[in-house]
Design a binder for this molecule. Structure first.
Ligand code: ADP
Length: 212
């Protein structure tokens, strides 16, 4: 679960009590605040979910000592590709550069994935790949995309169970804008989704706006 860390006054009081007295039972925290255990339950749940406190049965609550940065890092490690993916747009390797340019405009995307007759991933086409081809003197409808694409095995891919932060790292390291989400098949990779810089930016904004 992804949480942001914006605690209210009572939650801060609870943290101070647990920091000084932990491990301490919910009952004893409630006594110190002159509240009932039931009143405190949501606050304790929030503090535990957010990672500030941990609870052990029959022992009570204790302070985890995690900084906000550590908690944010923990949260980043719970954001998966499968929850932020987009639909992939693919073209056949025999499609022309002209068709690919039309597809990029029609689908309003920046990167196309190229597949063979068995629907296996064979290439990637970026905007600049297409622009470069368009600079030449050749007729664009007569150049097949497989001539200009970046091809396997040089394609960076990810899987739906991967962490989004790991895909973000790949985008930076390889200086690319998108990766296909793939599923392994006997004869190659099936393209099942797409992660782009936009997906990662949206996830980043969602993380900042997430409420408990
Ligand atoms: P642009 O060319 O529009 O700046 P990118 O930065 O994504 O877009 O692409 C840069 C180069 O990297 C292009 O030649 C493209 O074919 C290639 N490329 C794009 N995505 C991938 C990927 N997932 N794996 C390997 N190469 C890629």
């Amino acid at each position: 679960m992804v949480v942001t860390i914006d605690l209210n006054k009572r939650q801060h009081q609870i943290l101070e009590i647990v920091k000084e007295n932990g491990p301490i039972t919910g009952e004893h925290i409630a006594e110190r605040l002159n509240l009932t255990r039931a009143t405190l339950r949501p606050d304790l749940a929030i503090l535990t979910m957010a990672g500030f406190l941990d609870a052990r049965p029959r022992v009570g609550y204790f302070y985890t000592g995690k900084t906000k940065t550590q908690l944010l890092t923990d949260n980043l490690k719970e954001i998966y590709v499968k929850d932020h993916q987009s639909v992939p747009v693919v073209v056949s390797e025999s499609a022309s550069v002209y068709d690919a340019i039309c597809t990029i405009f029609l689908e309003d995307i920046g990167t196309l994935f190229v597949v063979d007759e068995a629907s296996c991933l064979v290439g990637v086409l970026s905007r600049k790949d297409l622009l470069r081809a368009a600079l030449g003197k050749q007729e664009l409808s007569s150049i097949p995309v497989h001539i200009i694409m970046t091809r396997m095995p040089n394609i960076t891919v990810c899987e739906k169970e991967d962490l989004l932060i790991d895909v973000a790292t790949k985008l930076i390291d390889k200086q690319i804008d998108a990766v296909p989400i793939v599923k392994r098949k006997a004869d190659g990779y099936e393209v099942i989704g797409r992660i782009t810089k936009t997906n990662i930016t949206k996830a980043f904004v969602a993380l900042a706006n997430e409420d408990l």
